[in-house]
Ligand binder design. Structure first.
Ligand SMILES: [Fe+2]
Ligand SMILES: [Fe+2]
Length: 272
């Protein structure tokens, strides 16, 4: 896959013209590449311990997909940086923090963190794929395509890191503990980087009323609903498995919508 962003067509507030949501999405995109590299390292470090041949295949697919997401988001992040978003600094910050965690915690904990974050990406992805209102916010075509493609693959491979964790003997207590730690750190990172990003934005500073309205509007975002919160929290239920939230039909529909015979992204597939 490859996306190209027209230099002069992407407006600063590229998510529905909304100040706050544009900063939030920019910061999420900034967190993806090095976050995904961390997922790949975490899962890869267990590759030789996986006994199930089918799961090994899935791991190969997972690693390929995450590497590709990282590459495409880095490119969007370059473009966002040129538009004034501090995406490059956030990329570095995420890399440094994750590498620090890898130094102080073991590979079992890394894998549990990966499984927890994959639950976040899958929940956000399935919200995007199933909610028309959520999709309508992504009104810049190239950005919309990137996020739809990424969302589809996140939903597709949502159980892989989790299954590696369980298949290699990962326990429920560490799984839940790491989910709680990850939730706190992820929310802190998202709120913190978004705040800095907005503070550094001269246009946002010049229009405080517009900014205040936009920030207040975040509470009505289709990504911040009781249903999303319930889905996230469900991870801590004893015996939870990502496929308990069945998305097979959703994945199939979007696979064909994006990559079917008349799929909107079919022509973008690079034939290697
Ligand atoms: Fe990804
Ligand atoms: Fe993923």
């Amino acid at each position: 896959m490859a996306f190209e962003y027209p230099t002069d067509q992407v407006q600063k507030y590229f998510v529905a013209g909304d100040v706050a949501m544009s900063h939030v999405v920019a910061m999420l995109s900034a967190m993806f590449p090095n976050g995904e590299d961390f997922f790949v390292r975490s899962v890869r470090s267990w590759r030789d311990d996986i006994t199930d041949a089918h799961l090994r295949d899935q791991v190969r697919g997972f690693i390929g997909q995450e590497a590709m997401h990282g590459r495409e988001h880095r490119e969007l992040n370059d473009r966002l940086a040129a538009m004034g978003y501090p995406t490059k600094g956030v990329e570095k910050l995420v890399d440094r923090s994750l590498r620090f965690r890898e130094r102080i915690q073991g590979r079992r904990a890394n894998l549990a963190v990966t499984a927890a974050l994959e639950h976040y990406t899958a929940t956000l992805a399935e919200t995007l794929l199933s909610n028309e209102e959520a999709r309508a916010m992504f009104d810049v075509p190239e950005v919309r395509s990137l996020f739809l493609w990424h969302a589809l693959e996140e939903s597709e491979h949502k159980a892989v890191a989790f299954d590696v964790y369980r298949n290699t003997g990962g326990g429920e207590r560490l799984r839940r503990l790491m989910m709680n730690v990850t939730t706190a750190l992820f929310l802190l990172a998202l709120v913190g980087t978004t705040t800095v990003s907005i503070l550094k934005d001269p246009t946002a500073r010049r229009h405080p009323v517009r900014l205040a309205r936009s920030l207040a509007g975040l509470r009505r975002s289709p990504f911040v609903t009781g249903d999303v919160a319930r889905r996230i929290r469900d991870y801590n239920r004893p015996g939870f498995h990502p496929d308990d939230h069945d998305a097979a039909e959703l994945v199939e529909r979007w696979r064909s919508e994006l990559f079917g015979t008349d799929g909107s992204l079919t022509s973008r597939l690079k034939t290697a």
